[in-house]
Design a protein around this ligand. Sequence first.
Ligand code: NDP
Ligand code: 2IT
Length: 453
Amino acid sequence: MTSSEHVDLEAFIKGVERRNPGQPEFVQAVHEVAADIFEFIQGKKAYHEYQILRRIAEPDRIISFRVCWEDDKNNIRVQRGWRVQNNNSIGPYKGGIRFHPSVTESVLKFLAFEQTFKNSLTGLPMGGGKGGANFNPKGKSDHEVMRFCQSFMTELYRHVGADIDVPAGDIGVGGREIGYMFGQYKRITNQFTGVLTGKGLEYGGSLIRTEATGYGAVYFLQNMLKAQGNDVAGKTAVISGSGNVATHAAEKIVQLGGKVLTLSDSEGFIHDPDGIDQEKIDWVKLLKTRRRGRMSEYVNEFKGASFTGGGARPWGVKADVALPCATQNELNGADAETLVKNGVIAVSEGANMPTDLAGVKVFKDARILYAPGKAANAGGVAVSGLEMSQNSGRRAWKEDELQGLLLDIMANIHASCLEYGKTGEGKYVDYVRGANIAGFKKVADAMLAYGVV
Ligand code: NDP
Ligand code: 2IT
């Protein structure tokens, strides 16, 4: 990069910081993308003149609203809900809903920004959005969760629609919550449409949507390893999280002949040197979805495993590959150094922005295979896109068709990353750059076609 490009980039980031005070996650996400895009658009005058990146980094709109609900003890509770509609240049806004006490406007803006690039990478016609609330589903009864979801949708319904904005699940939002929200949407509007994805199979959901994010992250890992003549079979894996993405990533690693050593939750991680096999994964799935339990309970059930508490993360456990599948900034520069020192050869991000900027630099400098979330975890939203197609066509595709499409989509995203991420340094591919540029280009070209709108 020349010094004048450097000045432009710095001025751009400073402007993003100035316009978005107190929003560190959003600034971080834009920062991570901007360096690659600035390099790519050098000499491409239209992208500058039409201020494309500046416009993608300014959401189309942000809707913020009050969500009141009544708990089981008849207390009136008040939460804040949002929907960030970032960009609909290539399709209706699309992206998950997160219920977690850590949700802020900054978090949802970063997620909606990332989603815009991710959805573009899938090759399907979907724009970028994200929503959520600072609601903590932990410890709430089913009826409390139901009342919250109904209240949330009572406001959200006027802003979404099958051709407008199609939410789905994310942290704290799974099949149960989607069911309650879809039921309320249908009740208010009297319409049965594909307004949400991740629905139950009985009412318009798609096969393999539940598995798609975790499976897709492992398919992406497999593509990276195969490009170097390597394979998942025989590899040890450290995985963080124990929710939808983590348990399905673990399942696919096991199916492909790898050995999973760790899983975690917000209280700490378990290390099982014997390997977390399918039976143990099934137990964790039930623990987290039905019993709403904690990972610390694992060691009472499976001897030989240990639990490390205090919110510890699993990155100190030596393994060949790592899959961060819990949340943003769960893997910092020091963690990345530990993984590299312990010989990790590949990292595939199931979560969104799990590695902080210092960690990304460590992985890039070490020249390991490093797939950012916007590429590696795109399988989930891709199958959401396929759910939208099935809903529009009023039909349900077979499991093997959907499995084939997911495999193809992940292979195509990998190929796009190779196309734009080649570095001229032997075999080294900068997957971050590849994903950023490939995701940007399609959205940018659509925006150019529309003029200044
Ligand atoms: P779940 O709610 O099913 O599981 C989340 C897991 O992460 C839980 O184990 C949870 O632990 C842990 N976790 C959440 N917040 C924190 C935190 N602040 N610190 C430590 N651990 C935490 O969510 P998903 O599996 O669906 O989502 C995981 C990640 O994957 C998120 O980054 C999400 O954005 C991303 N993602 C999800 C997709 C999907 O289809 N669901 C698609 C693409 C990306 P605990 O139980 O203690 O809260
Ligand atoms: O981050 C994500 O891609 C998701 N939470 C899934 C979004 C979706 O619309 O399926």
